[in-house]
Design a protein around this ligand. Structure first.
Ligand code: ATP
Length: 406
């Protein structure tokens, strides 16, 4: 619900606010730029400013601008709002207009908040605003209003700031976290399955851009597998239109083929170690400071707690598993909410490569002794031959989330 003639969006952040003022200012500038980029990507005109504690969008399409803002990492909530001079008469007029348009019975409340120097308090705004709405209901709309400050049927909010006030009716939820680009980048191993895009999104949510890496598994993967990975990254890139999210495609088919021929029950552990090593090479070349995967404890036989301990030392960089403790149904819900879920599982990739009786509790010496000696040279060669698949967020036509971001 929008107030009449909404012309702005009040954007709130969360964790940014606990930083020192200079760090906060820097993060708010990044958030401002990211919100502006999201608006531009979606064809929403307007300007974006930062004030201490808030980012403010000015736009004639406050509805669409609020939707764009709530896709920016770091945003806790955004409210399409009507701006008004910070004095009681002006606020009263807009509240009356808003009540005429939107208050049609039941209980109501006015929530007021104020920062800066004014000759009235937030309590005055609440009282005066409440009386105004009461009068509109009783005198003009001819129903009996009722105030309920605990659980009102209809609520209008006023945020008074130094230079202007904002009247709004709703808070749309954003993803929270930190603005993208305020942390160093990670390489994200993206396979086009359900989990890895959610893991990448979680890393992005905490401010780290991702460098997406896909291993082309040759006959173990195939064009459909790759197409899914590309589409997944496109969908992710809609949250980061001002960041390079082109897919780094690594030709791993011949090496995976050799793994299939030369290894047995521990095959998937060698594959993981190969994969992390490839990711580490890409990270070194592109400035990544860690590797993100969609693995979760016990989700597959190769992903047991013991196996993680055996494979992690393939890379010197940390391997981050944002979904480590997540249940599958929560991952699916998140994938649907962020718009990366693609229906139908494919019996390709790791599923096709896995041995019939995979090792589930392998200690490092066992992995090492069963491993092809030149596995890491294969990884270096594969990374060396990586190419780039251009990813344009605009092509992700069906990338709308099923519901607002979680
Ligand atoms: N071909 C690949 N390219 C890039 N990363 C991969 C590939 N295969 C696996 N991974 C990484 O390893 C993780 C675990 O592999 P797993 O076999 O569970 O993948 P999946 O089921 O095909 O996909 P997902 O984990 O995305 O649902 C993935 O989440 C992903 O981070």
């Amino acid at each position: 619900m929008l107030p009449p003639d909404a012309d702005a969006v009040l954007v709130r952040h969360g964790d940014v606010g606990v930083k020192s003022s200079s760090v906060q200012a820097g993060m708010e500038r990044t958030l401002r730029d990211n919100v502006a980029a999201l608006m531009e990507d979606r064809g929403v005109s307007g300007t974006v400013e930062r004030e201490l504690g808030r980012v403010i969008v000015r736009s004639e399409d406050a509805d669409a601008a609020a939707d764009a803002a709530t896709d920016a990492f770091g945003v806790v909530s955004a409210s399409p709002a009507r701006t008004v001079p910070p004095d009681l008469d002006a606020i009263r007029d807009v509240l009356a207009e808003t009540a005429r348009e939107h208050y049609d019975g039941g209980t109501f409340a006015v929530r007021a908040r104020r920062t800066g120097e004014h000759d009235f308090t937030s309590h005055d705004v609440g009282q005066d605003g409440g009386q105004t709405i009461w009068n509109v209901a009783e005198d003009e709309k001819e129903f009996a209003p009722e105030v309920d400050l605990d659980d009102p049927d209809w609520e209008v909010s006023v945020e008074v700031r130094e230079e202007e006030a904002f009247v709004f009716l709703e808070k749309r939820e954003g993803p929270g976290g930190l603005p993208l680009g305020t942390q160093a980048p990670f390489v994200a191993l993206v396979s086009g399955g359900i989990d890895s895009p959610v893991a990448a999104w979680e890393a992005m949510k905490r401010g780290s851009p991702v460098i997406p890496v896909y291993l082309d598994l040759g006959p173990y993967g195939g064009p459909d597998h790759e197409a899914r990975a590309v589409e997944t990254v496109r969908r992710l890139s809609r949250y980061a239109p001002n960041f390079d999210m082109d897919l780094r495609r690594v030709p791993a088919g011949p090496h995976v083929q050799k793994l299939g021929e030369q290894t047995g029950r521990t095959r998937m552990l060698h594959y993981r170690r190969f994969m992390y090593r490839v990711a580490e090479h890409v990270a070194e070349a592109e400035g990544g400071v860690g590797i993100v995967t969609g693995e979760a404890i016990g989700q597959k036989s190769s992903q047991t707690a013991t196996n993680f301990a055996a494979v992690d030392r393939a890379a010197a960089l940390p391997i981050h598993r944002p979904l480590l403790t997540w249940d599958k149904h929560d991952i699916i819900d998140a994938a649907k909410a962020i718009g990366t879920f693609q229906d139908a599982t494919m019996n390709v990739g790791c599923n096709r490569l896995a041995p019939d009786q995979p090792a589930t509790a392998t200690k490092f010496p066992m992995v090492k002794s069963a491993e092809p000696d030149d596995l890491f040279e294969w990884a270096a060669e594969a990374a060396e031959n990586a190419d780039v698949v251009s990813v344009d967020p605009a092509d992700a036509v069906d990338a709308e989330p099923e519901e607002s971001t979680p």
